[in-house]
Design a protein around this ligand. Structure first.
Ligand code: DHB
Ligand code: MG
Length: 224
């Protein structure tokens, strides 16, 4: 065995099968998303399970997701919540949001996920004004150039001791390129550097390989 991408995919499949077995719920969502031509940016099964595990570990009840796409990650987090828990998920595309809503309803999770359609920065400003209870966990997984702005909102909206997670911060190693002209790389670099400088946050990054190639997430705890 060598450390090539084919092996990463096989190892992902091995652990997914050994630890979780068949997953008809996500299989259905992924089929619907592929048929609708969504970009293949869903979290992998093991990444989704990792999000579920974090939700359970911190006893989260209120989750903010920035970037719904087809609802795969929302389904993993919603499933791990107690029945009165909620995922508030923000999606810019009305088409993606409608598909996600259908997917989540079909999965029996519709009443645990609220999808807000429109540019996330507008919705975040509205949520902040509404003065609703703070979130226990924020999953940032939308347009990467806006990551620094999403972090500002996440800091305002997360409770002390809560978790802020940033997806896709490695990008096949492109994150190393300080001179990148790719706005997404610049977005995740600025985001990461702010995490490191922010005294209210205790942060790490976890690189991942598998069916989504080489990528990773940042994980930050907000000071208690
Ligand atoms: C991209 C975005 C994602 O959310 C993801 O999980 C993978 C890739 C992207 O924009 O390239
Ligand atoms: Mg992502």
């Amino acid at each position: 065995m060598s450390d090539n991408a084919q092996d990463w995919v096989a190892v992902d499949a091995y652990f997914a099968e050994a630890l979780m077995g068949a997953d008809p719920l996500r299989a259905g969502i992924r089929r619907a998303n592929a048929a609708a031509g969504l970009p293949p940016h869903d979290v992998s099964p093991l990444q989704g399970r990792f999000l579920s595990l974090l939700v359970k570990a911190i006893g989260a009840r209120r989750i903010l997701e920035i970037g719904t796409l087809g609802g795969v990650s929302a389904s993993w987090m919603a499933e791990a919540l107690p029945p009165d828990g909620r995922v508030v998920s923000l999606e810019a595309s009305p088409d993606y949001a409608a598909l996600a809503r259908r997917n989540l309803e079909r999965a029996g999770l519709g009443d645990r996920v609220e999808i807000h359609v429109g540019p996330a920065l507008d919705t975040l400003a509205r949520l902040a004004k509404e003065d609703s209870p703070a979130f226990d966990l924020v999953f940032i997984d939308a347009d990467k150039p806006n990551n620094p702005a999403y972090l500002d909102w996440a800091l305002r909206l997360t409770r002390p001791g809560g978790l802020i997670i940033g997806d896709n911060v490695v990008r096949g190693g492109a994150v190393l390129d300080a001179g990148s002209s790719d706005d997404r790389v610049r977005g995740v670099r600025t985001f990461t550097e702010r995490l490191g400088r922010e005294p209210r946050l205790f942060s790490t990054a976890l690189q991942t390989v598998g069916e989504k190639g080489w990528d990773g997430m940042t994980l930050s705890i907000v000071a208690p």
